[in-house]
Design a protein around this ligand. Structure first.
Ligand SMILES: [Zn+2]
Ligand SMILES: [Zn+2]
Length: 721
C-alpha cells in the first residue's frame, strides 16, 4: 500500500490494474486518463490531507452521481464550455481555464444529494426562485441533487424548490430555472478540481485497507461487539443523550449544540447527573464540535460516543460484526420531563431501526454509491458471512427494551396477549430485527428483571414502581454468587426527585419495601406468556438474549433451550444478572455466545480468557466484546500507570494491515493514555494496548475469532425447526 505525500492512498491492486491495461486504452486516450488521474489525485490530496478515507473513482468515464462524493471538482457549463468560478456572493461560468474555477468539495448528505462547499468555505445555496448565492447556512437550500442528463452531462437540482441550476443567458451567472426547462444552459460536467477545502469531518486516523477473505480453514477473521447502542440518542424520550451517530449536514450538526438538550451549563442533564453522581443537580462542559472540550469523555453516559467515523475506526481495527441494539424503556421515558417523541417503546424502536437504515445509506453515500459502504445491515448468517468475507462490517439489529412488543404488566396483570406477541414478532422480523432481550430493567408480562445495584439500581426501583405499580419483590437467589443489595430511595428523597422528574409523583403512594440486608434476587421468573414468547422466538430463528432477565427466568430459558437444542446469547455478560460457572457451562454447551464487558487492557484480557474453561470441542472458541456503548454505562478510563508505560502512537492493527495515529475530531486529538476510551473509536487503541501484554497476546486471538463464533451461534438458531 503506497501513500502519496498528500495523504492519498493508491491501492496497489488499482495501480497494478492500471498498468496492466495499456492495450484497450492506447495513445491519446491513455495519456488523458493519466493526466486526469494525476490531476484528480493531487486535488483530492490537498482537499483531504491526512484524512483520505476513500478509494478514488475511475476517471476514464464521467463519474456517476454517487462517485462525486468527498472529492474536489470543477464545474463546467455545457453551453459555453467555461468553468464556474466564484464571483462575489455568487458564481459565474466565465473561466476558460480550470485553474481559475471554483474548487467545489462535494459532501454527500444522502445518496445522490450533496453540499457544494467552495474554496472560501461557503456553500452554493439556492435563494428564492432564481438566486444562487454563496452562503454559510446549512439547510435544504444548500443541498443539490445532480442527475444524469444528455451527452454525459449532469443537471443539478435544488432540493429546496426542485428548480434547476442554469447559466444565465447574459453574463454567465448561475441561476435557477423551472424544473421542466431543459437546455444546454442547464447541463454541466464535473471535472477533477484543485485546491478544495475539505468539508468538516472527523478523521479515523487509520491508514490502510483492512483485511478481507477467510482463514485457510474457511472461518472469518475479526471480532464482534454484540452490544452497542448506535441510536442511543433516541432513547428515554429523545432528549437525554445528546449527539447523533451521523447527521445529513455533517459533524457540526451531529456533534454540536449540546446546550439544546443539556442546557448551556449542563444542568438540564438531570438523568446523567443522577446516574453519575446520585443527584440530579450538576453541571458539565457542553462543548462538543469543534473543540470537544466537554465531551465525549470516558465517564459520560449522556453523550453520543459512536459517531460513525469513530465506529469506522473500530471497523478498521478488525471489527466485523456489530449488534446495533435499539433501545427504549417506557418508564424512564415517562419520568423524563423533556421529550422529542412518545414513550411508546415500539414506536421508538421503529424510529431507531429507520435511523440505522439511514446510517447505512449515509455511509454508502460517503463511499461512492449504494452497496459500497463498510456498514452493512444483515438479515441472516449467510449474508453476514459474505459481508465479513468482503472485509465489511456486518450489522445485526437487536432490541433491548423494558416492555418488548408492548408487553408490560401492571399489578401482575399482563398488558398484552399471545396474538400481540405473534403480530409483534412478525413485524419486527420484517423490519430486520434478529436478536431480542426478553426483559430489561423492570418486570414485564414475560419475565422478572434481574436486579441492579448502586444508585442506578435505586433509580430502576422507581421505574419498576412507575411501570408495574409495585416495587420489586425479592427473595433468595436460585444459585450461589448471584443477586444484588437493594437500597430503595426513601419518601423524602422521592419527593425531592419529583421536583426534577414530576411524574415520579405517581409513585409516592406506593409502599416502599423494607428489603433485608445482603444480596437478593427477583422472585419473579418466566411467565406462561414468557414461555410462549421463547417458543415463538425459536420458531422464527430469532436470537434470544438472556442478560437482564431474572436469574429464575434465565434458568427456565436455559432448560427450554436445552430441550430444543437452541443457542442463547449473553451480549454483555454479567450486566443485568451475574452468570455462575454452571450457567456458563450450559450456555457454551448450547453453542451460545458470551462477551467481555469494557475494562482497562489488563483486566479486559482476563475477562476474555475467563471463558476458556467452557470451550467446547469441535466448536470455534471466540469471545466477543459487549461494550454497551450508549447504555448509560461508563467506558474505561486511562490506565493508572499509563504515564510510565504509555501506549505508543502510531500503532498497527492486530492483523498489521492498518496503521493508527491518534484519532482527531475537529480541534481535539484523542489519546488513550490521557483520555481513556472517550469514544468508541478508542477501543481500537485499547486493543493495541492489550496486545503489548502477555495475557493480551493470548486474549486477542480469542477475540479475533468472535465474529466467527457469533456466526456459528446464529447459524444454530437457523438450524432449529
Ligand atoms: Zn443492558
Ligand atoms: Zn444495553
Amino acid at each position: 500500500m503506497a501513500t502519496r505525500p498528500g495523504g492519498v492512498r493508491i491501492g496497489s491492486r488499482r495501480a497494478h490494474r492500471f498498468r496492466a491495461a495499456p492495450l484497450p486504452v492506447a495513445g491519446v486516450v491513455a495519456l488523458t486518463v493519466l493526466a486526469l488521474v494525476a490531476g484528480g489525485l493531487v486535488a483530492t490530496g490537498s482537499a483531504s490531507r491526512g484524512g483520505a478515507e476513500r478509494v478514488s473513482t475511475r476517471p476514464a468515464k464521467p463519474p456517476s452521481r454517487f462517485a462525486l462524493a468527498n472529492h474536489c471538482w470543477a464545474l463546467a457549463a455545457a453551453v459555453s464550455g467555461k468553468f464556474v468560478a466564484v464571483a462575489g456572493d455568487g458564481y459565474r461560468a466565465k473561466r476558460r481555464s480550470k485553474a481559475k474555477a471554483a474548487a467545489l468539495y462535494l459532501k454527500p448528505t444522502r445518496l445522490g444529494a450533496y453540499l457544494l462547499y467552495d474554496q472560501g468555505r461557503k456553500l452554493m445555496t439556492a435563494e428564492g426562485r432564481r438566486g444562487v448565492v454563496r452562503a454559510k447556512r446549512l439547510g435544504k437550500p444548500a443541498q443539490w441533487a445532480p442527475r444524469r442528463s444528455a451527452n454525459r452531462t449532469f443537471k443539478i437540482v435544488s432540493t429546496a424548490n426542485h428548480r434547476k441550476l442554469a447559466v444565465a443567458r447574459r453574463g454567465g451567472a448561475l441561476t435557477l430555472v423551472s424544473a421542466g426547462k431543459s437546455s444546454r444552459r442547464t447541463r454541466f460536467t464535473f471535472q477533477r478540481g484543485h485546491g478544495c477545502q475539505r468539508y468538516p469531518e472527523a478523521k479515523t486516523g487509520a491508514m490502510g485497507t483492512p483485511f478481507k477473505g477467510t482463514r485457510p480453514d474457511g472461518t472469518v477473521m475479526g471480532f464482534a461487539d454484540a452490544h452497542v447502542h448506535i441510536t442511543t440518542e433516541l432513547r428515554a424520550g429523545g432528549r437525554v443523550i445528546h449527539g447523533r451517530s451521523f447527521a445529513r449536514f455533517g459533524i457540526t450538526r451531529a456533534l454540536g449544540g449540546d446546550a439544546r438538550d443539556h442546557g448551556p451549563d449542563g444542568s438540564l442533564d438531570i438523568t446523567g447527573n443522577l446516574l453519575r453522581n446520585g443527584t440530579p443537580v450538576g453541571t458539565h462542559d457542553t462543548h462538543g464540535w469543534p473543540t470537544f472540550a466537554g465531551w465525549p469523555v470516558h465517564d459520560t453516559i449522556t453523550h453520543q460516543q459512536t459517531y460513525y467515523m469513530w465506529l469506522k475506526r473500530m471497523w478498521k481495527a478488525g471489527e466485523r460484526l456489530v449488534v446495533a441494539q435499539t433501545v427504549e424503556d417506557e418508564p424512564l421515558c415517562r419520568l423524563e420531563p423533556r421529550r422529542s417523541h412518545s414513550c411508546d417503546e415500539t414506536h421508538t424502536i421503529k424510529l431507531e431501526i429507520k435511523r440505522l437504515k439511514k446510517l447505512q445509506n449515509y455511509v454508502d453515500a460517503q463511499s461512492g454509491g449504494p452497496g459500497r459502504g463498510w456498514f452493512r445491515i444483515v438479515r441472516n448468517p449467510r449474508q453476514a458471512r459474505r459481508v465479513i468475507e468482503r472485509g465489511k462490517l456486518a450489522v445485526l439489529i437487536g432490541i433491548e427494551s423494558s416492555n418488548l412488543l408492548g408487553c408490560s404488566e401492571f399489578m401482575d396483570e399482563p398488558q398484552c396477549t399471545r396474538a400481540d406477541v405473534d403480530r409483534g414478532l412478525r413485524e419486527y422480523r420484517r423490519l430486520g430485527v434478529r436478536t431480542m432481550f426478553v426483559s430489561h430493567w423492570v418486570d414485564n408480562a414475560f419475565a422478572g428483571a434481574a436486579l441492579e445495584g448502586g444508585s442506578r439500581g435505586s433509580f430502576i426501583g422507581i421505574m419498576q414502581a412507575l411501570q408495574t405499580g409495585e416495587y420489586f419483590e425479592t427473595g433468595p437467589c436460585p444459585e450461589r454468587g448471584q443477586g444484588e443489595e437493594l437500597d430503595p430511595l426513601g419518601l423524602g428523597v422521592l419527593k425531592y426527585l419529583a421536583r426534577f422528574f414530576p411524574n415520579a409523583e405517581e409513585i409516592l403512594g406506593i409502599p416502599i419495601p423494607d428489603y433485608p440486608a445482603g444480596k437478593q434476587c427477583n422472585v419473579k421468573g418466566l411467565t406462561d406468556l414468557g414461555r410462549y414468547l421463547i417458543r415463538r422466538m425459536m420458531a422464527s430463528h430469532m436470537l434470544i438474549e438472556v442478560d437482564h432477565m431474572s436469574e429464575r427466568a434465565r434458568l427456565t430459558v436455559l432448560n427450554m433451550a436445552e430441550k430444543h437444542d437452541y443457542p442463547l446469547v449473553s451480549s454483555h455478560t454479567d450486566t443485568g444478572g451475574a452468570w455462575t460457572p454452571s450457567d456458563l457451562r450450559r450456555l457454551y454447551a448450547l453453542g451460545g455466545f458470551a462477551t467481555a464487558t469494557p475494562a482497562e487492557s489488563p483486566e479486559l484480557a482476563d475477562k476474555i480468557l475467563r471463558f476458556r474453561p467452557y470451550r467446547t470441542r469441535g466448536r470455534v472458541f471466540g469471545v466477543g466484546l459487549g461494550t454497551d456503548t450508549g447504555g448509560f454505562s461508563e467506558l474505561p478510563g486511562p490506565r493508572a500507570d499509563a504515564g510510565q508505560n504509555p501506549l505508543k502512537y502510531p500503532f498497527r492493527s492486530y492483523e498489521g494491515d492498518v496503521k493508527f495515529t491518534r484519532e482527531r475530531s475537529g480541534q481535539r486529538t484523542f489519546d488513550l493514555n490521557t483520555d481513556g476510551v472517550a469514544h468508541y473509536g478508542l477501543f481500537a487503541d485499547l486493543l493495541a494496548d492489550m496486545q503489548r501484554r502477555k495475557r493480551g497476546k493470548k486474549a486477542l486471538p480469542v477475540l479475533f475469532r468472535s465474529a466467527e463464533a457469533y456466526l456459528d451461534t446464529w447459524r444454530r438458531a437457523y438450524r432449529h425447526g
